[in-house]
Design a protein around this ligand. Structure first.
Ligand SMILES: NC(=O)c1ccc[n+]([C@@H]2O[C@H](COP(=O)([O-])OP(=O)(O)OC[C@H]3O[C@@H](n4cnc5c(N)ncnc54)[C@H](O)[C@@H]3O)[C@@H](O)[C@H]2O)c1
Ligand SMILES: [Zn+2]
Length: 393
């Protein structure tokens, strides 16, 4: 645990992020507080953590089909062992970005209603970001807001979705068009669940981790350069635990003073300016983390061309993404027209300021604030540089 980091974020009233061996406590300046647990054997009936959070409450659990296949039996066995008979049920909902819809959230509410869930009850999302976002959003509207718990089963889920308070669904052709800030009653993370993740999903999680490293932590970046195959090799997991916990802590420290995004200039939006369009205009061919990787590479080249980032650092960012196996260019969507549209959409979303996050070194970043600060020829130049450097990977 880093005392230095705590000192940096801890405010006068104990606000900030406090790390302990079992996870993190966050207390935001607006009084919001929540805990993010890191635990072993979350679905082992001997592990009291999850049961402790739901004690005495009706539980309606939701899983996607894959997680149901891999962990459904264990989940049911856990709930069966730890909770009152008849007080819980498990339901499968569609997963996949195309199923992250208002209809899905409504279906979650309908299932909850059928089981008689009242305001005292709790929704349980066991899965990746999609299930967490849909169930979290459903929980935020059900009876004007009930408790929900996330058990995060993907790397993105653990380092990103699981540490924040955002929920939402896609609509009107726009990512996360409808949503709510709705902190979870508990967020449980068991690194062992990541062992079954497909390589592509690991890479997507690594994209979000690279994001944190580029903007805030040169040591983490160097560590990833040494092991771009993290989470995909057989080791004792110590390195992976360092990577996950560091990324979680950095993310929580960044989110803490600005949980509900009153300040629309957010460093953690690095990689999230062009990526929504890369995702939607590409028909979700690229996954979220892959689109974020392309966006980070593009933003790094923009920074280089704007004279904000040296050439070597730009190369290190793009090379690390490549070595992880992430795409750094997507010819179908990375056109000057679509990327200009993406800039405009971000400008609009961020209160008519661009707030484009660009690296200014490894572990450092800054904002490009105005649309005019990214001239068309610079955007074109950055896209050309990426296209020439060799296709998608
Ligand atoms: N709310 C937030 O703050 C926030 C932050 C980041 C991303 N998101 C959203 O999260 C979504 C992406 O989440 P994701 O990357 O977790 O994707 P996901 O939920 O689609 O999961 C990826 C795939 O992995 C499978 N899976 C899940 N756990 C598994 C396991 N342990 N073993 C094997 N397979 C497993 C799933 O079935 C799915 O096919 C996007 O919609 C993104 O917008 C939200
Ligand atoms: Zn993201």
């Amino acid at each position: 645990m880093s005392g230095q980091a705590l000192a940096r974020v801890e405010g006068v009233h104990g606000e900030g992020v406090h790390e302990d061996p079992g996870g993190f406590d966050l207390l935001a300046p607006d009084g919001t507080r929540y805990r993010v647990d890191v635990t072993d054997g979350v679905l082992d009936p001997h592990n009291p953590l999850l049961a402790g959070y739901v004690e005495g409450r009706r539980v309606v659990a939701f899983v996607g089909p894959t997680v149901d296949r891999l962990y459904g039996d264990r989940l049911r066995a856990y709930l069966n062992a730890r909770l009152e008979p008849g007080s819980w049920s498990v339901h499968t909902i569609d997963s996949g970005e195309r199923s992250k819809t208002l209809e899905s959230a409504e279906r979650v509410c309908a299932i909850a209603k059928e089981t008689g869930l009242d305001r005292h009850g709790v929704m349980l999302a066991v899965g990746g970001g999609i299930v967490a976002d849909v169930v979290g959003f459903a929980a935020s509207m059900y009876s004007r807001g009930i408790r929900y718990i996330k058990v995060n089963t993907t790397l993105v889920g653990q380092v990103d979705v699981g540490v924040g308070v955002k929920t939402g669904v896609n609509a009107l052709n726009t990512k996360n068009m409808f949503g709510a800030y709705h902190p979870a009653h508990a967020s449980l993370n068991d690194p062992a669940l990541l062992a079954t993740l497909p390589a592509r999903e690991i890479r997507c999680g690594l994209a979000e981790i690279v994001k944190m490293a580029v903007i805030l932590d040169a040591d983490l970046f160097r560590a990833l350069e040494e092991h771009p195959d993290a989470f995909q090799r057989s080791t004792d997991g110590a390195f992976e635990t360092y990577v996950v916990r560091t990324s979680m802590r950095l993310m929580m420290e960044e989110l803490c003073p600005n949980l509900r995004e009153h300040d629309l200039a957010r460093l953690v939006d690095f990689g999230h300016t062009f990526s929504p369009v890369i995702e939607t205009a590409g028909g979700h061919r690229l996954e979220h983390g892959e689109a974020v990787a392309v966006d980070m590479a593009l933003s790094a080249h923009l920074a280089r061309l704007l004279g904000l980032l040296d050439e070597e650092s730009c190369e290190r960012v793009v090379n690390l993404l490549r070595r992880i196996g992430l795409p750094v260019f997507d010819p179908d969507t990375c056109t000057p027209e679509l990327m200009t549209q993406a800039l405009r959409a971000s400008w609009q979303r961020r209160g008519r300021k661009l707030h484009l996050v660009v690296p200014t070194g490894i572990g450092k970043a800054d904002f490009v604030e105005q649309l005019e600060d990214v001239p068309a020829d610079v955007l074109r130049g950055a896209l050309d540089a990426l296209a020439q450097a060799g296709g998608t990977r």
